[in-house]
Design a protein around this ligand. Structure first.
Ligand code: NAD
Ligand code: AKB
Length: 318
């Protein structure tokens, strides 16, 4: 929770989560107290004091923190699972070095609180795939997952050794209508809505029965703000919390879309992302998040599908 004279910096604010998180935090704290930043200026100008920032430039990050009197950082810039496999060395560099720049600001007491998202990608083919527990075998097989697992350990280490107030969630695949996804394995579950409305059909890059944990973006943004607002003593896990919303496959979501668009058809042409999806859990056990800071999802699959179709249809008609 911000108090007087405190401000938020969002790094990677132009991405799928950043656009929605910037808007929601601005509603709570006012535009002038939320500073979005990214590699380039946003297409849609808002009242927020936007900054161009390369998260790999620690000096520029420090200057922005000082310039605005930043106290809280949401660090979202990263390369995701599918693009990470195409650029493994750069994915590792971006995902790790940028995190160290932010954690070091916490260690030097320049900022008070850090949010950094992890992912279900921390799990791997040897993890139990149904109702995956918080603590279990974790042998991620993507560079993205390896960087998230290492990031979790570093966040916990900075908390324990240096008292840095780090908070994190292992997001499932996120689905929203206000912003586009950027290079993930779960992106099909956003693209499918756009194609269903535009063309009435969709070719899925995952096979029909590939169930994965997913969540409506509104739930994810609410969870993010709730974990940041929770009293510090309630946050028992300083690596990252499991978080569960919905679990479904391409076949399940297509059947639900068909209830609204009866002529909708889906075909399947799995590509390299299939192997990534096959290494991830099908469903997640998030009992710790529920117990420690009161997490509860609002969206099930029928509600998510209806919300996506109604809002995307409205966007296309305005
Ligand atoms: P995204 O790819 O949509 O957005 C990332 C943003 O970071 C982009 O706007 C990009 O321009 C920016 N960026 C890239 N390199 C940068 C750099 N060097 N400096 C500054 N900005 C840079 O990603 P997202 O989906 O919004 O994900 C945000 C975070 O949440 C990531 O850490 C991701 O791993 C995590 N996450 C996302 C999902 C999901 O389904 N979207 C699921 C699990 C975890
Ligand atoms: C991806 O597919 O890479 C992301 C994630 C689950 O981390 N959406």
């Amino acid at each position: 929770m911000l108090t007087k004279n405190e401000k938020i910096l969002i790094i990677g604010a132009g991405g799928q989560i950043g656009i929605e998180l910037t808007a929601e935090l601005s509603k709570i704290y006012g535009h002038k107290n939320v500073v979005p930043s990214d590699l380039k200026a946003p297409a849609v100008i808002t009242e927020n004091p936007f900054e161009i920032l390369d998260a790999l430039d620690g000096k520029a990050l420090f200057e922005i923190v000082k310039k605005h009197g930043i106290t809280h950082v949401y660090h979202l810039a990263a390369m995701l699972s599918a693009t990470g496999e195409q650029n493994p060395m750069f994915a590792w560099k971006l995902n790790m070095e940028s995190l160290f720049h932010v954690l070091d600001l916490g260690k030097e007491k320049h900022i008070k609180q850090i949010y950094w998202p992890s992912s279900i990608a921390v799990f791997g083919p040897t993890t139990p795939r149904e109702n995956t527990p918080q603590y279990t075998v974790m042998e991620p097989s993507t560079i993205y997952g390896i960087s998230k697992q290492a990031g979790e350990r570093w966040c916990e280490w900075y908390f324990k050794k240096h008292g840095v107030d780090t908070r994190s969630i292992r997001y499932p695949g996120l689905i929203g209508w206000k912003s586009a996804p950027g290079g993930g394995t779960t992106d099909y579950a956003v693209h499918i809505f756009h194609e269903a409305l535009k063309k009435g059909n969709y070719e899925s890059f995952l096979s029909e029965n590939t169930a994965l944990p997913m969540m409506h973006m509104e739930d994810a943004i609410r969870a993010t703000i709730e974990i940041m607002h929770a009293p510090s003593e309630n946050i028992k896990i300083r690596g990252a919390y499991n978080l569960s919303g919905i679990s479904f496959s391409p076949k399940d979501i297509a059947a639900e879309i068909k209830k609204h668009i009866p002529d909708f058809t889906i075909s399947y042409k799995p590509d390299f992302r299939q192997a990534i999806a096959d290494s991830w859990p099908k469903s997640i056990n998030d009992a710790d998040a529920r117990k420690d800071w009161g997490w509860k999802e609002h969206y099930d699959l029928p509600k998510l599908v209806e919300n996506m179709l109604v809002n995307l249809k409205n966007l296309k008609t305005v």
